[in-house]
Design a protein around this ligand. Structure first.
Ligand code: 3PG
Length: 307
């Protein structure tokens, strides 16, 4: 019997695990569960006998791939696959996939939620501001960015988007103003919501150069990855613009500096929360299980990211 390991340091909702189990068992696969593990060795041991692996932000290193001698496929139940050593997987003939779009709504809702939370002074009882009429810059118009724009339209925000990989007409047809230079997005908008992946091109790409273009009361909303921020540059902007705020789904490495120097001007989730809803877990988890079965049984390689 072929084995699928679900290895999640941050577990899926139980309803999602049940859904994944059902999909696996209906196709005659055994499901093995490793949740809330604390040491990488636990993952190495659990991966030894399995044919397929479903993970979230769990780190899939060459050591994991070496330990998993029968492994054919890893599916990242989610969008960003910066946690997987793609070269090491490719070298070992292991297919890597993601499940694009499956958790986008959850991430987009959190981005807007964090904007409201910051605009209302962390619900501290004092007068805050509204999102209505404010300019929002959506940095990258992929699956999450599009939903952020749609929800923000409901709030009455004026929305701009920058995405060099998407046709301006497509952005316009969503009722959003396309901008052709990233600098224009940052200088036009009070709110910037980041939806870029973390890769060699984007790491530390959001720093003083772009953020200093934002208005003095600018708010940077990061539900993407902390790695895309140049934290030294961000801290310089926090210092030079006393009204500037940073809200992020997961704390930056320099969180202590924010706590000491900029109270009330930041909010960081204690653990990455964007995709942490029952619905997103069900969508991404079941899609991952189905993609594994389709690949092993029929050779379907749609969503493979290491072709
Ligand atoms: C993603 O890339 O899909 C999101 O960041 C979600 O990550 P998570 O599954 O670790 O919550």
């Amino acid at each position: 019997m072929k084995k699928i390991l679900v290895a999640t340091e941050k577990p899926f909702a139980p309803v999602a695990v049940e859904g994944i189990r059902k999909v696996a068992e209906q196709s005659g696969y055994e499901l093995i569960l490793l949740e809330k593990y604390t040491a990488a060795e636990e993952l190495l041991t659990a991966a030894e006998q399995v044919d397929a692996l479903i993970v979230r932000s769990d780190k899939i290193t060459s050591a994991v791939l070496d330990a998993a001698r029968n492994l054919k496929i890893v599916v990242r139940a989610g969008a960003g696959y910066d946690n997987i050593d793609l070269d090491a997987a490719t070298t070992r003939g292991v297919v890597v996939m993601n499940t694009p779009g499956q958790n986008s709504n959850a991430v987009a809702e959190l981005a807007l939620g964090m904007m409201v939370y910051q605009a209302r002074g962390h619900f501290n009882g004092k007068p805050g501001t509204e999102l209505k009429g404010k300019k929002l810059g959506v940095h990258a118009f992929g699956a999450v960015g599009r939903i952020v724009a749609k929800i923000a339209q409901g709030f009455g925000m004026e929305i701009y988007a920058y995405d060099p990989f998407i046709d301006a007409e497509q952005i316009r047809s969503a009722g959003v103003n396309p901008v052709s230079a990233v600098e224009d997005l940052y200088s036009a908008c009070q709110y910037i919501s980041l939806h870029i992946p973390a890769n060699e091109q984007t790491r530390k790409s959001i720093g003083e150069r772009l953020l200093s273009l934002m208005p003095d009361d600018g708010v940077l909303v990061n539900t993407a990855r902390k790695e895309v921020i140049d934290e030294e540059g961000l801290l310089r902007v926090m210092e030079s613009k006393p009204g500037f705020r940073y809200v992020s789904d997961i704390a930056p490495d320099s969180a202590l500096v924010f706590e000491e120097k900029y109270p009330g001007r930041f909010f960081f989730t204690p653990k990455k929360m964007g995709a942490q809803t029952q619905e997103a877990n069900v969508n991404a988890g079941i899609a991952a299980a189905q993609q594994i079965i389709d690949f092993i049984e029929k050779g379907v390689t749609r969503f493979q990211v290491n072709k």
